[in-house]
Design a protein around this ligand. Structure first.
Ligand SMILES: Nc1ncnc2c1ncn2[C@@H]1O[C@H](COP(=O)(O)OP(=O)(O)OP(=O)(O)O)[C@@H](O)[C@H]1O
Ligand SMILES: [Mg+2]
Length: 482
């Protein structure tokens, strides 16, 4: 039997908690969700935006939780609960203490990833690249905020050889406490882009906020910076100010430490040769897009800096595939016969990821009379520049040889107004209203790429298209010719 995640005693003493009731021998995992908790896990009654975990502590214990961590202030309001409790002053604070204890006991080499886009993708790619070396622990989904980071860290098994953490932010000051908790050996900033502009004076302030990630680096830790980004200089000087002695850069720039030599961008994958910290590597990336090639340079630099083997890491990247919402390909059955390909990019959007997705559509090869179709929803949180940033996509759509564009949302009107008339497929205020126009417009051999901010609801449009046009699991575009 493998060791438990925590012994009850170690967990309680890390949090300086007060146990009440039974002492379970071991804690198998940490959960903050009573709907998904597994027997033997500890339930932390965290307060979210809309829920307070204390309202679900009883339910978690009935579902088999080994214990529930609750606050002193809410203890009396819990009523009669049967099972073990650990009482603390503040539950989130207790989770952070447990996370700190987890980091302190760990022998893992640790990486932290931030950036305006590409955090999750880079984290997943790095996890894949390190997997041949040994046990890798990494954040699920985008667990990158004030509870996601401590939760992921508290869940790290003592046996993990590598830990990879995504750290995100909407405001200045949010990354610093999280990176100090994670104490990474390697801290990556994927890129700095105009995202969340609403909450910042300008893009330099965004760069400074991302550079907070360097404040948590262990004393001999390395900052990994995108050499091709216009804000690389600012990031590097912030790293120096944070006391970082070693910076490794990645990109196409000739003096980058992880330097791209050649990238062959294909519809379904990329073939890359690069020099990573002095070592030449040639590899295939199992998912397409120049942006993923860029991310892969950061990943391989991190592998080398964490002491992993570059050759096995590079080999592992060949089998990666684009996840749901981030480039996953799905086949659609077109009414009247034939197939079309849906590229599901519906997980969130900002100008940088929108351009990357439009470029991927440009690389795609529609079959016979098939067309490249873009279905785009609003990009939110862009502040006063929003209209301009939306309208600016027209040039990218033309450059990518997109044949038809469907648009949803009030901000996308600015793009609709400047699109060449031949490209206008349809416009609606909402994704739901746009869906029938898109479904009715798809023809045999088309490649359709859907993208928009989460709040724009384009993922619902993807779900409807899949349901309506009887999607099949595999996305082999060669079949479109059938
Ligand atoms: N280097 C990059 N440049 C531009 N776009 C990118 C880059 N890396 C990833 N993307 C695109 O950005 C989108 C979001 O990717 P991902 O989920 O990895 O980002 P994230 O930073 O984790 O986002 P979030 O802040 O929502 O957690 C995807 O569409 C992805 O294809
Ligand atoms: Mg993410």
């Amino acid at each position: 039997m493998s060791d438990p995640l925590w012994t009850f005693d170690d967990m309680v003493s890390a949090m300086k908690g007060r146990p009440i009731g039974a002492h379970p021998p071991a804690i198998g995992g940490i959960s903050i969700d009573s709907r998904t908790i597994l027997p033997g896990e500890a339930f932390f009654a965290i307060r979210g935006d809309t829920f307070d975990g204390h309202d679900f502590a009883g339910r978690a214990l009935s579902a088999g939780a080994a214990t529930a961590v609750v606050s002193e202030a809410r203890l009396s309001s819990l009523g009669k609960v049967s099972g073990s409790l650990v009482v603390v002053d503040d539950v989130l604070g207790a989770l952070e203490k447990l996370a700190r204890a987890s980091r302190a006991r760990s022998v893992a080499r640790v990486a932290a990833v931030t950036g305006s886009v590409g955090k999750t993708g880079t984290k997943e790619m790095l996890a894949r690249a390190l997997a041949p070396e040994g046990e890798v622990h990494y954040s699920p989904a985008s667990f990158n905020n004030h509870w996601g980071v401590p939760l992921t860290l508290a869940r790290m098994p003592a046996s993990a050889r590598f830990g990879i953490f995504e750290i995100g932010m909407n405001h200045a000051g949010e990354i610093e406490p999280l990176t100090r908790l994670v104490a990474p050996h390697v801290a990556i900033v994927t890129t700095v882009e105009p995202v969340h502009l609403e909450f910042f004076e300008g893009i330099e302030d965004i760069a400074r906020a991302k550079a907070e990630i360097f404040l948590g680096l262990v004393p001999d830790g390395v900052a990994v910076v995108n050499a091709d980004n216009p804000h690389a200089g600012l990031l590097i000087s912030q790293a120096r100010m944070a006391g970082v002695r070693r910076v490794a850069t990645f990109g196409e720039a000739r003096d980058a430490d992880a330097r791209l030599d050649v990238a062959k961008l294909k519809p379904e994958c990329s073939c890359v040769s690069a020099e990573i910290l002095g070592e030449k590597v040639t590899y295939k990336l199992g998912a397409p897009g120049r942006h993923l090639v860029q991310n892969s340079l950061a990943v391989l630099a991190a592998v080398a800096l964490l002491g992993g083997d570059l050759a096995s890491a590079a080999l592992a990247l060949g089998s990666m595939s684009a996840p749901k919402g981030r480039g996953e390909r799905v086949r659609l059955a077109v009414p009247g016969g034939g197939k079309a390909t849906l590229i599901d990019e519906s997980y969130n959007a900002n100008p940088a990821s929108m351009r990357a997705a439009i470029a991927i559509l440009g690389q795609a090869e529609p079959a016979k009379q098939g067309r490249r179709i873009a279905v785009l929803g609003d990009m939110r949180e862009l502040g006063p520049a929003a209209s301009e940033l939306h309208a600016g996509l027209a040039a990218d759509l033309v450059a990518a040889r997109v044949d038809l564009v469907f648009l949803a949302g009030p901000l996308m009107r600015a793009l609709h107004d400047v699109l060449p008339a031949t490209l206008r497929g349809g416009y609606a205020e909402t994704a739901a209203d746009l869906e029938p126009m898109v479904a009715g417009g798809i023809e045999r051999g088309d490649v359709i790429m859907v993208k928009g901010s989460n709040a724009s609801g384009m993922w619902r449009l993807v779900d409807s298209l899949k349901a309506e046009l009887a999607a099949e699991a595999d996305g082999d575009p060669a079949q479109d010719l059938a």
